[in-house]
Design a protein around this ligand. Structure first.
Ligand SMILES: N[C@@H](CCC(=O)N[C@@H](CS)C(=O)NCC(=O)O)C(=O)O
Length: 214
């Protein structure tokens, strides 16, 4: 099994798939393709039909788009979704909400693990996104979080979906109140998250259009 991913400092969609694969206990190789440099597009297209990362290649089975990759991995490793049907539906709903929403947060606070942009990026729309994310985290922790530190207790695809938000909150100095704040701390302490962050810090490529507040 191989996962084709972009820069660990910047590629939030890559992080979601990679973390789900790590937490699911899969053994996989990585093909790392630095984004937005000459040749990137051709390299991605040689692996991924959408021309985007992440893309999973499981012995010739291609799965592109982080949401589909997560579902594919969860079919092989069911613990990546909650066992209870109500919790599972909620996990899928909050994952889908992340996948299709939060445009203001994405554009004004892009993932950029190496930077310290505390205090930057706030607009009324971004603050509304932050409030909604905090409410999701508090609600999931209160209703389903018993049994572990993650949104549904043990680690699921929902945590993978929100992992880049955790790095964003660290970079931009966003500290949610209450259980959401404890959840953020648990995610940032996750050993696979720390491995990803260490690799991001070791990268040398920069994407100027993502370094918004230099
Ligand atoms: N909805 C897709 C989004 C994938 C995506 O936008 N990937 C970006 C990197 S994070 C990419 O491949 N950009 C390269 C390009 O557009 O050339 C997913 O969830 O996988």
């Amino acid at each position: 099994m191989k996962l084709i991913i972009g820069n660990k400092n910047y590629s939030s969609w890559s992080l979601r798939a990679w973390l789900a694969a790590r937490e699911g206990g899969f053994s996989f190789g990585e093909i790392d393709i630095p984004l937005f440099i000459p040749g990137s597009r051709e390299r991605i297209l040689s692996h991924s039909p959408s021309g985007k990362v992440p893309c999973l290649n499981d012995h010739g089975v291609l799965v592109w788009d982080s949401l589909a990759i997560g579902e594919y991995l969860a079919e092989k490793q069911p613990a990546l979704l909650p066992a209870d049907p109500v919790a599972r539906a909620t996990a899928r709903a909050v994952t889908a909400e992340m996948h299709s929403g939060f445009q203001a947060l994405r554009s004004k606070m892009p993932m950029n693990i190496r930077k310290d942009y505390r205090g930057f990026g706030h607009t009324p729309e971004v603050d509304a996104d932050i409030a909604r994310i905090s409410a999701i985290w508090n609600d999931c922790r209160a209703r389903f979080g018993h049994g572990g530190p993650y949104l549904f207790g043990h680690f699921t695809l929902a945590d993978a979906a929100y992992a880049p938000v955790c790095f964003r909150f660290q970079t931009y100095g966003v500290q949610p109140e209450g259980a959401a704040g404890d959840y953020l701390a648990a995610m940032l302490a996750n050993p696979h998250m720390q491995d990803w962050a260490a690799a991001a810090r070791a990268e040398t490529e920069s994407i100027a259009s993502e370094d918004l507040y230099d």
